[in-house]
Write a protein that binds this ligand. Structure first.
Ligand code: PNS
Length: 209
């Protein structure tokens, strides 16, 4: 576990202290105790935490470096992250579902806690079926917010037990989208540095056809 992850986990453990006390019936007063006690208590509390499974849904037509930035951030916060590709997300996608999955698997193979899957129908139904607690979505700019808020609140209405967590990709990717990548590639522009090399090669061969 990275230092950052430890800090987040410790923070989460702190939040769950009430739950721990409720479950164990123990009232712990740490105000008079030292750092070691506190660390021990945190490890204790962490052991009672549930495993967090997050779903990162999207069209991924194709996966960009912005998506990968968010996936990497997600791997540090959640125990397991399922990147879920919506089948037939658009009437005329550039890549087939199988191609999108293949590119994602290739680009995420470095993270052991990442799985790539496909889903149909309602996202919350899929999340329920996978027993996920969290839906992860990226927000690049304020312009994303309105749509994402609407979707998150509707998903909460449909399934109140699943939380949507928003994360921001690195600033360098704040203007990047799959739609722009497709357009630039189709018009012969350069997309290097915007997508992983495997995606770049596939885009080039599609655009040449
Ligand atoms: O990458 P995208 O296109 O922004 O992803 C959108 C996606 C796939 C997350 C969204 O369209 C979705 O969840 N579709 C599944 C159908 C659904 O659940 N619709 C109700 C959303 S409130």
């Amino acid at each position: 576990m990275s230092k950052a992850c430890h800090r987040i986990a410790a923070g989460a453990a702190e939040q769950s202290s009430i739950e721990v006390e409720r479950e164990t019936g123990a009232t712990r007063d740490f105000s008079q105790r030292g750092t070691n006690d506190r660390i021990e208590w945190r490890a204790d509390a962490l052991a009672t935490m549930k495993t967090a499974l997050a779903i990162y849904p999207g069209s991924f037509d194709p996966v960009t470096n912005g998506h990968l930035d968010l996936i990497e951030r997600g791997t540090k916060i959640f125990d397991r992250l399922v990147v879920a590709v919506l089948r037939n997300s658009e009437k005329d996608p550039m890549f087939t579902t199988a191609e999108r999955v293949e590119m994602l698997r290739e680009a995420t193979k470095q993270w052991e806690n990442v799985e790539v899957d496909v889903f149909d129908g309602l996202l919350v139904q899929y999340a329920r079926q996978r027993k996920a607690q969290v839906i992860l979505r990226g927000i690049r700019a304020i312009s994303d917010y309105e749509y994402e808020l609407q979707m998150a609140l509707m998903n909460r209405k449909l399934e109140p037990h699943i939380e949507t967590v928003f994360m921001m990709p690195a600033e360098a990717y704040s203007y990047l989208s799959s739609r722009l990548v497709r357009e630039i590639s189709n018009l012969g522009g350069t997309i290097s540095g915007l997508v992983p090399p495997t995606v770049e090669a596939r885009l080039k061969s599609k655009s040449q056809k």
